[in-house]
Design a protein. Structure first.
Length: 308
């Protein structure tokens, strides 16, 4: 099957928005929406770096999409469209494409989004997927990294480090862990759980926000730098799952806050909020991120995942 057959058979059914023209045109349209800003983000994932080539194609698709939805959630945007650029090793396998597009289709339904277009090419290298996701926020209300205010509390959604725990398991750690914990953590690695519905209302409460994808401390460091403030994180408040604690024991916190691939949202907002998130620290004068362990502030070097 050539790329035109692939597009017509596997991708056109996902192009549900009228502006996608069923993937039969050169480009797509997004109707202008007065009173809103279009928020755009792109992220690429590659076999061997962000997932394993032998991972189920449906979870590869969902990871590629969700790492982008995570950025939109952290910016307070409601996702609506995405573009899909695929570099596929030859030969294109139809069972793989069917499973890949099934994963996308499930997520489109869950998150209420449509495929808008893309590009399909063959590669001599590893499978690589680049997605550009788009969503809307009320005009001028995107939650930026730079809006943190002195005295704000720092909050984070979900739990931290689970994905890195899943990756550690896939690399051979934790032989004694129960099947249930193993499944939970590996699922978190393969299929991120960004707070998409929560992100919808983020601009109503947050002063600043950041996607937690390179490591909690590193990403809070980006927010602190952009806002010109310091952040203190209370070590005992960082939300860690029971499964991760069973895997890493006494090392859990240190490894979790430096590990990547969380795809949760960290944000600063007034004290005293409650919701599907945990208060982990506060904004103060100064710079960088300090971790408070047993009442003492420890300066953490900028850890986190770096490609180069
Ligand atoms: P071009 O010649 O400009 O590269 P194509 O023939 O590759 O255009 O694309 C034809 C149509 O199919 C376009 O609407 C394009 O957006 C869509 N398309 C191609 N590849 C993909 C893909 N992987 N996912 C979604 N849409 C795609
Ligand atoms: Mg093309």
């Amino acid at each position: 099957m050539d790329e035109f057959g692939i597009i017509a058979r596997y991708f056109a059914p996902l192009a549900t928005a009228p502006g996608a023209f069923g993937l039969t045109d050169d480009a797509a349209t997004i109707p202008a929406r007065p009173g809103f800003d279009l928020v755009v983000t792109t992220d690429q994932v590659a076999a061997g770096t962000d997932f394993f080539a032998e991972d189920p194609a449906s979870t590869v698709a969902q990871k590629a999409l969700r790492v982008n939805l995570s950025d939109l959630a952290a910016k307070g945007a409601r996702p609506e469209y995405y573009l899909l650029n695929l570099a596929l090793p030859r030969p294109a396998r139809e069972e793989w494409l069917a499973e890949f597009t099934r994963g996308l289709s499930e997520d489109q339904r869950q998150f209420g989004i449509s495929l808008l277009g893309g590009d399909t090419s063959a590669t001599e290298g590893p499978l690589s997927i680049s997605i550009t996701a788009m969503g809307f926020v009320p005009a001028g209300r995107m939650v930026t990294r730079s809006g943190a205010k002195l005295g704000d509390a720092v909050y984070v959604t979900g739990t931290i480090g689970d994905s890195a725990g899943g990756l550690a398991l896939l690399k051979g750690e934790g032989k004694g862990l129960s099947e249930m914990d193993r499944t939970y953590l590996v699922d978190r690695y393969r299929v991120p759980q960004p707070p998409v519905a929560f992100g919808n209302g983020l601009s109503d409460i947050a002063h600043a926000g950041v996607d937690v994808s390179d490591g909690l401390i590193a990403d809070l460091g980006h927010l602190a730098l952009a806002s010109g403030v310091g952040i203190v994180v209370d070590a005992e408040r960082v939300p860690l799952s029971p499964a991760l604690r069973r895997l890493w024991g006494a090392d859990t916190l240190a490894r979790a806050v430096a590990a990547g691939d969380d795809y949760q949202t960290a944000f600063t907002a007034p004290l005293g909020l409650s919701g599907p998130f945990t208060r982990i620290g506060r904004v103060q004068a100064g710079e960088g991120v300090n971790l408070r362990v047993n009442g003492e502030e420890v300066v953490v070097p900028q850890p986190g995942y770096r490609h180069f």
